[in-house]
Write a protein that binds this ligand. Sequence first.
Ligand code: NAD
Length: 357
Amino acid sequence: MLEFSYDALPGRIVFGRGAARQRLAGEVDRLGSSRLLLIATASEEAKARELLTPVADRIVATFAGVRPHVPVAVAEAARAMAAEVGADALLSVGGGSTTGTAKAVALTTGLPIVAVPTTYAGSEVTPVWGLTEGERKRTGTDPVVLPRVVVYDPELTVSLPAGLSAASGLNAMAHCVEAFWAPRRNPISSLAAEEGLRALATGLPAVVIDGADLDARSDLLYGAYLAGSAFAVAGSGLHHKICHVLGGAYDLPHAETHAIVLPHVLAFNAPGATSAAARIGRALGVADPVAGLQSLSKRVGIPTGLRDIGLRNDQLDEAVALIEPEVPADNPVPVTMVALRSLLEAAWSGEAEEEKP
Ligand code: NAD
């Protein structure tokens, strides 16, 4: 019998080829904003300026000091600029770091965000903010940081290099897979996750072959939107906890870590989440979803094991001890220290349990 509760997230989505150039001005009109603070990295700014010609007269200043993971000093500088120019809305054009900077300003000012994403991070549809101070990253959830409007335009993602596209797309795929068993999952987030996986699995290999393939870029961006939406509702589970610890403690590359660990978490959880595994397989168009994920990663150039990206075998025991307290209580399969050790061992070597001698 179905039983669930669901906090549906508000927000307007405008999706389509050429949407940034053709529809953004209308969206800014709808919001009633006349003093926009543009947030974009220095390298994105020229492109942003060109496509923002229709709203150029409403951009009162540009903040280009975006840095990865939103250092507090960057957030404060952007907030000071917003106050100084009397901004009435924030327009972010860029990846997750740029969206994150706009969220940091919205968090303390309440200014609405119009987000124009240029990667597959998905932050633009979540109410989650993140700030770093020194080595420490703080995150929180506040509806005020959720962008009011998101304009998705696949043309803006054509310049994203193959490596970054693959990494960002696989990260989105991890959001989808995990959404099937994350703590706040519901039938609607699972629907979004399944359709997101299907779109990502279609777009990803095609974009790596030809980055200018706009149909494939559209599939990937649509999948990334659904992945972000599913993740925003369902939250993070075992997979994200493992990757968060590994990334933080051993400075492993974020997207590769996700891509390598994901099939192993799926293999581990599948016996307790058979319907999720079947839906993941269906979305990927394969009978064996674990092998399907591994083969997709391989096709887009991701290494097979954590050992290939810098984790040492003698760090595994410590990693297990760091991850264990983070394990979600309602994981579909109970997670013992021994099970966690063997999951990590398999992810480290890149071999499934049964393949090991
Ligand atoms: P990013 O924004 O740092 O961008 C990566 C690089 O790609 C940058 O050098 C950027 O200038 C460049 N780039 C962006 N778009 C481009 C394009 N179209 N063409 C060429 N180059 C382009 O990285 P990201 O992966 O988009 O985002 C990662 C950040 O987002 C992390 O800090 C992560 O924690 C955060 N994030 C937050 C949430 C959330 O819900 N709050 C969700 C996902 C990710």
